[in-house]
Design a protein around this ligand. Structure first.
Ligand code: TYD
Length: 208
């Protein structure tokens, strides 16, 4: 009945905010399904393993990776998201099609028009009603993910540049569809971020 996605660069704190947001939506009386990408189904979780394992070994061709993300997504849309929406539920998904456009499109600079076509094929055109962008500066996000450990020093300039492009991509996507996107500044106290998330989502649910 309402399809909500969370997007943001790595280290935006998205994943730790979701359980609290889910609790608030349920407490307000809505039937909620929480899921994530890549994964969210038994088949999708296996595809996720393939993406993650091979990515670390640097063996996977970028086209293969793009198609695997879409394979996981197609399964999730058809097995979980569409049935839940048809049953009148709220769906909250940690990443969705916009991650492909931001990461593979803007980040890795794959042709956006081609990506939009395969995303359309994978999702059957299912678009979120509301997309929350947890927006954080590339360096701050990477540092947060590294937990301010020595890992940060080992991150090369390429990685920072990549995450800058991803963030700029999110900004472009949000600017192109302002009715769907709400941007939340994520380099703040987690409780303040959570309060904003709950306000946006509950307002939207009430005003439906
Ligand atoms: P994950 O461990 O789920 O990280 P996060 O908590 O940041 O969501 O890893 C997902 C990674 O895959 C993340 O770096 C974003 C990337 N990704 C893409 O590049 N394209 C996609 O279509 C999706 C869904 C994710």
């Amino acid at each position: 009945m309402l399809f909500i996605t969370l997007e943001g660069p790595d280290g935006s704190g998205k994943t730790s905010q979701i359980p609290l947001l889910a609790g608030a939506i349920r407490a307000a009386g809505y039937d909620l399904v929480v899921t994530r990408e890549p994964g969210g189904t038994p088949i999708g979780d296996e595809v996720r393993q393939v993406i993650m394992d091979l990515k670390h070994k640097g063996q996977m061709h970028p086209t293969t990776e793009i198609l695997l993300f879409q394979a996981s997504r197609a399964q999730l849309v058809n097995e979980v998201i569409r049935p839940a929406l048809a049953a009148g539920k709220v769906v909250l998904c940690d990443r969705y099609a916009d991650s492909t456009l931001a990461y593979q499109g803007y980040g890795h600079q794959t042709d956006l028009a081609a990506l939009r076509q395969i995303v359309q094929f994978a999702t059957g055109g299912l678009t979120p009603d509301l997309t929350l962008l947890l927006d954080i500066d590339a360096e701050a996000g990477l540092r947060r993910r590294a937990g301010d450990s020595g890992q940060w020093n080992r991150m090369d300039a390429y990685q920072v540049e990549f995450h800058r492009r991803v963030r700029a991509g999110y900004h472009a996507l949000a600017a192109a569809e302002p009715a769907r996107w709400v941007t939340i500044h994520a380099d703040r106290d987690p409780a303040a971020i959570q309060a904003d998330l709950q306000q946006v989502v509950l307002d939207r649910l009430i005003s439906r």
